[in-house]
Ligand binder design. Structure first.
Ligand SMILES: NC(=O)c1ccc[n+]([C@@H]2O[C@H](COP(=O)([O-])OP(=O)(O)OC[C@H]3O[C@@H](n4cnc5c(N)ncnc54)[C@H](O)[C@@H]3O)[C@@H](O)[C@H]2O)c1
Length: 375
């Protein structure tokens, strides 16, 4: 299955394909793979640097090398970085730049992001900044990266004062999603990616949300067919939005459903002991409750979102930080203007609404929720 991303803002000239299949890396015959890369316009005679982590390299390094050779790619190398969010930093960005310079790589060469969202964001930003932009291919290996971070061109690194504070929009030349690689992902990581899938259903597609309610058990036990289905649907929804609003001047911020509080949760945890999708899960339940509090959606909508999140093994309750801590962390959000923040709320499952909300209102509601939690 192929999904085309063609942002209107760049006159469709920066369009690229998302290719989704099982066996792209290990199982497909050489001819099929080469034709996939040729049709994506990849120059197989160029130089390639695959950026990856220790875990992914250990599991798939040999297979990936064999895949590249099978495609006729001879000039390639790996840079293997530590696992974890702290790799999305200036230090490792600089390590990638050093390697690119040592190898004298040119603009017509390629960086491959071979890993989860951390590697995709970091390698993408390295590609955006080296020689003012070198070719870049996404080969995501986590569910989160398959359905979200590998598509749409947001790249960047974290700053000690906040997440994703340094970055750019930079589109890849192709995204290759091999569902087979999800089999080695642990259950917590699978659920982590599933949170972003729930986001698409909850904010944008009621039928898809219903499908997730009926099929979450199959999905979370690695059923290939349902995994392919949710990846295809999620990528289609995301591609559609990115095509209309590549640089997030309006519509694209709907993809931040659950992220305003979610990012604050990640910041308060110092990006440790909580995963991005888990923080977003907490944020989505909060956004749904806030939507009900403001008279936008009903109790049933809130309960359906909360139940799907809990049934998927994701956290739903806001962690025990004070309302002041949440508000201070939220003020670092990029969607903050003056004393207000742009919040994505829902009118019902599958239908969203943007609202600028005063921090005072959010503070009061957080205080109310905190009191309800106290026995
Ligand atoms: N650019 C965007 O639009 C966007 C969207 C959402 C999230 N993000 C970013 O994505 C990041 C989170 O990504 P993530 O959840 O993929 O985390 P991650 O990249 O840290 O990967 C999670 C862990 O799984 C391991 N792993 C990866 N593939 C594996 C496989 N196939 N089998 C076994 N283990 C494997 C990794 O080595 C890592 O230890 C965050 O930094 C977040 O900000 C970016």
């Amino acid at each position: 299955m192929k999904i085309r991303v063609e942002p209107e803002s760049s006159g469709k000239k920066d369009g690229y394909d998302i290719i989704i299949d099982a066996g792209i890396i290990g199982g497909n015959p050489a001819g099929k793979t080469v034709s996939l890369l040729n049709s994506a316009g990849i120059n197989l005679k160029a130089g390639f640097l695959a950026v990856t982590t220790k875990t992914v390299h250990g599991l798939y390094g040999d297979k990936f090398s064999a895949f590249l050779k099978k495609c006729g790619i001879e000039n390639f190398d790996f840079i293997v970085l530590p696992d974890g969010e702290s790799t999305k930093s200036l230090k490792y960005l600089s390590d990638i730049h050093d390697r690119l310079i040592d190898k004298r790589m040119e603009r017509s060469d390629y960086i491959i992001a071979f890993g989860g969202g951390v590697i995709g964001d970091l390698a993408g930003f390295a590609a955006a900044t080296y020689l003012r932009g070198i070719n870049f291919i996404q080969v995501p290996t986590t569910l989160l990266a398959d359905v979200d971070s590998s598509v749409g061109g947001k790249t960047g690194i974290d700053h000690p004062k906040g997440k994703n504070l340094i970055g750019s929009f930079y589109q890849p030349k192709a995204v290759l999603i091999d569902v087979d690689m999800l089999k080695t992902l642990d259950k917590r990581e699978l659920a982590n990616g599933f949170a972003e899938v729930i986001k698409y259903g909850a904010a944008l597609d009621a039928d898809f949300f219903k499908y997730l309610e009926s099929n979450y058990k199959k999905i979370l036990t690695y059923d290939e067919e349902s995994l392919i289905h949710i990846i295809e649907r999620s990528c289609s929804i995301k591609a559609d939005i990115v095509n209309k609003d590549e640089k997030e001047s309006g519509l694209r911020s709907v993809l931040n459903f659950g992220h305003s509080l979610g990012h604050a949760v990640e910041t308060l945890y110092n990006y440790e002991n909580i995963k991005h999708g888990e923080a977003i899960a907490v944020g989505m339940v909060f956004a749904a409750k806030l939507s009900k509090h403001l008279g936008l959606c009903g109790e049933e909508d809130v309960n359906r979102i909360k139940n799907l999140i809990i049934n998927s093994g994701l956290p739903a309750d806001i962690p025990d930080f004070t309302p002041e801590q949440y508000i201070n962390a939220m003020k670092l959000d990029k969607k903050v203007a003056d004393k207000q923040i742009k919040f994505v709320l829902i009118k019902r499952i599958g239908t969203f609404e943007f609202k600028m909300l005063d921090f005072g209102l959010i503070y009061d509601y957080l205080t109310k929720l905190t009191k309800l939690k106290t026995p």
